[in-house]
Design a binder for this molecule. Structure first.
Ligand SMILES: Nc1ncnc2c1ncn2[C@@H]1O[C@H](COP(=O)(O)OP(=O)(O)OP(=O)(O)O)[C@@H](O)[C@H]1O
Length: 840
C-alpha cells in the first residue's frame, strides 16, 4: 500500500498511548482448557466456536481501555495505563465468563489474584447476588444504576453471553450473541450545541456563471466563433466572474498574471480561452495557425489526472478550430510515443513538470523558442509535490531561448503577446504559492473574481485585502461538522450514507475522504460486502444496479450494499495512489460518467482540481491534513454555481477545537458551519421509533465485526486499515497536533470503527515494517507534540512527514517512476537528520 512501510514504523503495541490490558488468567494451557469447557457449556445449535471467540475478543478489546461491565464513569476514559480495579474487574469478568480462570479465583489488576468462596463469587457465576449489586473480590459491593447494569445481572441474557450496551431497552441477546458496547463509555462533546439556526436564506452561489446581462463572452473580447461554440456546443452562455476578469485582462494585455479564485469557478477556461482566442486571431485571409506553426503555450499541472482533464477541456474548445493542435506529455506511456507526437507538431502542450523537464533536456523536437504562455495550474499543489526545482529549471530554460517568429508567414503576429507571459493559478494564496510566484512571475497582475459587480449591493470593505488569505469556499456550499466518538464512527458514517441515499434523487454522487489507502481498501470491501438477505429482499433487489465494470475496474467498483435500499441501488468506487494509473483513470471515468447513484471512497489523491460533475455531498470522514486540503476536498462539490453539502467528522474533545480553526479561516466565520451529534445522525439513518436506532446500529456493528472476524482476508484488511490510519493521524501539521493528538487518541475505541475486537497492542499485520519507536523516540515525539507551533518553525519534521505521506499517496500519478525516484530521493535528503519516526 502506498503508505505502508514508509512512515512511523512503530509497533502500535509499544507506543506509550496504549493501555496495557490486564488479562492475566493463569497459564495459556489453563486458559485454553477453560475456553474448551465454556464452549461445551453452550446450548446446542449455536455457533459455539464463534461465540466463545466473540466473548473472548470482546473482552480483549474492552479490557484495559474501559470498564466493560459498566462500572466506570461515562467520561472520556483515561489514556494512561490503568492498573485499577475496574480493569481487573473487566479482565475478571471476561475470564470468568469465558471460563478462563479456575473456578473460585478472580484476577484483580495486573498482579493480584483474589480467592473467593461460593458466597462472594460473582453473581453471574453463582447466581446468588441480589439484582443490582456485584461483589468485588469478596469485600465491597458495587452498585450500578439501571443503565449501567449488565444484562447478565438483570437476567436478560443467557449465561455465557455479554451485553455491554447501556441501553436498557435493547433487545435481549439470543444465546450465543454478544452485544457490543457501542453506546457506553463514549466521551461526551465539549461543545454545547446551539439550537439549530432558523432556516436562513440560502447564500447566492459565488462561483456560478454570471447572467448574460452582466457579461457575455463577446463583450470580453472573444470572437463570435468561440463564443458561439461555447454557447451551443459547451452549454456555456456567460462567463464566470473569474473568467470575466481573466479574459478581459489576458486578451489585450501581456503582463504576467496570478489568477486566484475559489474552487469550481472555472479557472481552466479562464486561462485557456484567451490563449485560444489569440491563436485564432492570428489567422488571416491567407493563412491560419496549424500544427507546424510551432508551440505557443505550455500548461503545467501537478498530476496526470489533472493534465488529462485540462486536455479534455482544451480538446472540446478546439473543436471550433481543429487546425490548432493540443497534446499532453505526462508519462504513463513510452517517451518515444510522446516524442513522436511532439514531432508531428503541437501548438498547446499540457505537461507534468517532471516529464516536461525531461523532454526539454532530451527531446530535440521540443522547440520552445515560440512559446508565449507558460501556465502553472494548481500552483499550491505543484509546490507541495516538490516541483520547485523542476519549475525553476523549466522557467529558466524557456526564458533563455530568444523569441523567434519564423515559419509564421501570413499570420498576424500582433495577435501574439510581445513577451513571454507566465500565468499562475491557485484557489489559495499561501506562502508556497507566493514562493512560486517569486520564481516565475514578473510584475504580475493579480486577477480575482470581482463579486461586488455581480452583487452591486455588496460593498468592498477595508478587510477584503486581509481576507485574501482566508478560505473562499463557494458561498452556496452548506458545511457541517459532526462530533462523533471513535467507537461510533463507522456506524455513523454508514448511517449518513444510508440516509443520503434513502430515496433516489436526493443525493446522486458523494465522495468520502479517508486518510490512507489501506483504510480506503477496508471501507470499500466493508461497504460492498454481500449481505444475507431475506428471500423477500433478495427478490426485491435481484436486479441489482447496472455496474459498468471492466477488467480494469473489477476491484474498484462494486455494489454499495451497506447503503443501498430496495428502491435505490448505490454503486461504490474506490481510488487511491496505490492503484495502477490505468485503473485509477478507468475508475474515475466510471464515477464521472455514472448516471446511477454512487459513492467514491478515496484518499486526497482526488482532492485537487478534479472536476467530477454533479457531486452533491463531500464527507471528510478523516479530517484533512491541513486547512488547505479541506478547502480543496470540499471544493469537489458546489462547483460552477451548483449546490453542495460537506460534512467533517471530529472526535469529541481536542478535535472539536478544529471547528474554530475552520471558522476562523472562512470569510463568514462560524455562520457557515452547522453542528451535528452522532446521535442525531444515527437516528436519522437507522430510523425506527424511540431509541430503536441504537439497537439497529448495534446489530449492524456486530454484523460487520463478525464479517471481519470470519475471514482472514478482511480481518487483515481491517487491521491494516487501522494501523495505517493511526500512522496517518500522526502526520497532521505540527501546529495542529494539539488538536489531532496521538496522546489522546483512544486506540481501543478506534479499533471498533475498524470492526475489530482485538486489543490494540495485539494488532500486528504481516508486511508492515517492524521498525520500532524506541523509548527515546517516544519521549522525543511526546515532547514535540507538546511544543506544537514552535516545532513547526524550527524543524518542521511534521511538515516533512506529511509531505512524504502525501507524496507517497500521489507518487504514481505524477510522472511515473523517474519522478517518483527523484522525489523520494529529495525527501530522503531532507530527512537525513534524525527523524522522530525512523523514516528510511
Ligand atoms: N462559463 C461557464 N458556464 C458554465 N459552466 C462553466 C463555465 N466555466 C466553467 N464551467 C464549469 O465549471 C466547472 C469547474 O471548472 P474548473 O474545473 O475550471 O474549475 P476550477 O476553478 O479550476 O476548480 P478547482 O480550483 O477545483 O480546480 C467545470 O465543470 C466547467 O465545465
Amino acid at each position: 500500500m502506498a503508505d505502508d512501510g514508509m512512515l512511523m514504523n512503530f509497533e502500535i503495541g509499544d507506543a506509550p498511548l496504549i493501555t496495557k490490558p490486564s488479562i492475566q488468567g493463569g497459564r495459556w494451557k489453563d486458559r485454553l482448557a477453560a475456553k474448551r469447557e465454556a464452549r461445551q457449556r453452550l446450548p446446542n445449535g449455536t455457533n459455539q466456536q464463534s461465540h466463545t471467540r466473540e466473548i473472548f475478543q470482546e473482552k480483549q478489546h474492552e479490557t484495559g481501555v474501559e470498564d466493560y461491565v459498566g462500572l466506570g464513569s461515562s467520561a472520556r476514559p483515561a489514556k494512561r495505563q490503568r492498573v485499577d480495579h475496574n480493569a481487573g474487574r473487566s479482565a475478571n469478568t471476561a475470564a470468568v465468563v469465558s471460563g478462563k480462570l479456575p473456578s473460585g479465583s478472580i484476577n484483580i489488576g495486573e498482579s493480584r489474584t483474589t480467592k473467593f468462596d461460593d458466597d462472594t463469587r460473582p453473581a453471574f457465576v453463582s447466581g446468588k447476588l441480589p439484582l443490582g449489586s456485584i461483589k468485588n473480590g469478596g469485600s465491597k459491593a458495587t452498585k450500578f444504576n439501571d443503565d449501567a447494569r449488565p444484562a447478565f445481572v438483570s437476567g436478560k441474557l443467557p449465561p455465557g453471553s455479554i451485553n455491554t450496551n447501556r441501553n436498557k431497552d435493547a433487545p435481549s441477546a439470543k444465546p450465543g450473541q454478544v452485544i457490543s458496547s457501542l453506546f457506553t463509555f463514549n466521551p461526551s462533546s465539549k461543545t454545547t450545541f446551539d439550537e439549530p439556526l432558523e432556516e436562513v436564506e440560502p447564500a447566492k452561489p459565488s462561483n456560478a456563471p454570471l447572467t448574460e446581462e452582466m457579461a457575455t463572452f463577446t463583450n470580453l473580447g472573444l470572437s463570435r466563433r468561440l463564443a458561439a461554440h461555447l454557447s451551443t456546443k459547451m452549454d456555456m452562455k456567460a462567463p464566470t466572474a473569474i473568467q470575466k476578469a481573466a479574459i478581459s485582462q489576458m486578451v489585450k494585455d501581456d503582463s504576467d498574471a496570478f489568477i486566484q479564485a475559489e474552487t469550481g469557478s472555472g479557472k481552466t477556461l479562464a486561462y485557456l480561452l484567451p490563449i485560444v482566442e489569440r491563436l485564432l486571431s492570428m489567422s488571416s485571409k491567407d493563412a491560419q495557425v496549424h500544427r507546424d506553426s510551432g508551440l505557443f503555450a505550455i500548461v503545467l499541472a501537478p498530476t496526470r489526472e489533472l493534465c488529462k482533464q485540462i486536455a479534455t477541456v482544451l480538446e472540446k474548445l478546439l473543436r471550433c478550430a481543429p487546425w490548432i493542435v493540443g497534446t499532453t506529455v505526462i508519462g504513463g506511456e513510452s517517451k518515444q510515443s510522446e516524442k513522436a507526437r511532439l514531432r508531428k507538431g503541437v501548438n498547446i502542450l499540457i505537461a507534468t513538470p517532471g516529464r516536461l523537464a525531461d523532454h526539454l533536456d532530451n527531446t530535440e523536437v521540443l522547440v520552445v523558442n515560440k512559446v508565449r504562455w507558460l501556465v502553472l495550474d494548481e500552483g499550491d499543489r505543484l509546490m507541495e509535490l516538490g516541483f520547485e526545482e523542476e519549475i525553476k529549471g523549466i522557467v529558466e530554460k524557456i526564458g533563455r531561448r530568444p523569441l523567434i517568429s519564423h515559419n509564421l508567414k501570413g499570420l498576424d503576429l500582433k495577435a501574439l503577446p510581445s513577451r513571454r507571459v507566465t500565468v499562475l493559478c491557485s484557489a489559495t494564496m499561501k506562502m508556497n504559492v507566493q514562493r512560486l510566484g517569486e520564481i516565475s512571475l514578473k510584475d504580475a497582475v493579480h486577477i480575482k473574481a470581482d463579486l461586488t459587480e455581480e452583487d452591486p449591493a455588496k460593498e468592498t470593505t477595508a478587510d477584503d485585502e486581509v481576507d485574501d488569505n482566508k478560505f473562499s469556499a463557494p458561498a452556496q456550499l452548506k458545511q457541517a461538522y459532526a462530533v462523533v466518538p471513535a467507537k461510533l464512527r463507522l456506524v455513523t458514517l454508514t448511517s449518513i450514507l444510508k440516509r443520503a441515499f434513502a430515496r433516489r434523487g436526493s443525493v446522486m454522487k458523494a465522495i468520502v475522504f479517508i486518510s490512507c489507502a489501506d483504510s480506503v481498501d477496508f471501507h470499500f470491501s466493508l461497504f460492498s460486502r454481500p449481505l444475507e438477505l431475506s428471500a423477500e429482499d433478495a427478490e426485491a433487489t435481484k436486479e441489482g444496479p447496472v455496474i459498468a465494470r471492466t477488467e480494469l475496474t473489477k476491484d474498484t467498483i462494486a455494489h454499495g450494499t451497506a447503503f443501498s435500499s430496495k428502491t435505490n441501488s448505490v454503486i461504490i468506487h474506490k481510488l487511491h495512489g496505490s492503484l495502477a494509473q490505468n485503473i485509477r483513470t478507468a475508475t474515475l471515468k466510471a464515477f464521472t460518467q455514472s448516471v446511477e447513484p454512487c459513492v467514491l471512497v478515496c484518499t486526497d489523491v482526488a482532492s485537487r482540481g478534479l472536476d467530477l460533475p454533479n457531486v452533491d455531498y463531500v464527507i471528510e470522514y478523516d479530517p484533512p491534513f491541513s486547512a488547505d486540503d479541506h478547502l480543496h476536498r470540499v471544493g469537489r462539490t458546489a462547483r460552477a454555481g451548483k449546490d453542495g453539502r460537506a460534512l467533517i467528522f471530529l472526535l469529541p474533545g481536542d478535535e472539536e477545537e478544529y471547528v474554530s480553526i475552520l471558522a476562523s479561516g472562512y470569510k463568514d466565520g462560524k455562520k457557515s458551519l452547522t453542528p451535528h451529534t452522532a446521535e442525531d445522525l444515527l437516528r436519522k439513518g437507522f430510523g425506527g421509533t424511540g431509541r430503536e436506532w441504537e439497537e439497529r446500529a448495534t446489530e449492524w456493528q456486530l454484523e460487520v465485526e463478525r464479517w471481519a472476524m470470519d475471514s482472514p482476508k478482511y480481518l487483515e484488511m481491517a487491521r491494516r486499515g487501522y494501523q495505517s490510519h493511526i500512522r496517518a493521524y500522526a502526520t497532521h501539521v505540527a501546529n495542529e497536533r494539539h488538536i489531532f493528538n496521538m496522546q489522546t487518541l483512544h486506540l481501543g475505541h478506534l479499533a471498533k470503527a475498524f470492526a475489530l475486537r482485538d486489543k490494540p497492542g495485539s494488532i500486528k499485520v504481516p508486511g508492515l515494517r517492524p521498525a520500532k519507536m524506541t523509548k527515546a523516540d517516544r519521549s522525543v515525539a511526546a515532547r514535540k507534540a507538546k511544543r506544537g507551533d514552535a516545532e513547526e518553525d524550527k524543524a518542521p519534521e511534521g511538515e516533512r512527514v506529511r509531505k512524504q505521506r502525501k507524496m507517497d499517496l500521489d507518487l504514481p500519478s505524477v510522472d511515473g517512476n523517474d519522478a517518483a525516484r527523484r522525489m523520494k530521493k529529495k525527501m530522503k535528503e531532507h530527512m537525513s537528520v534524525a527523524s522522530e519516526f525512523n523514516i528510511g
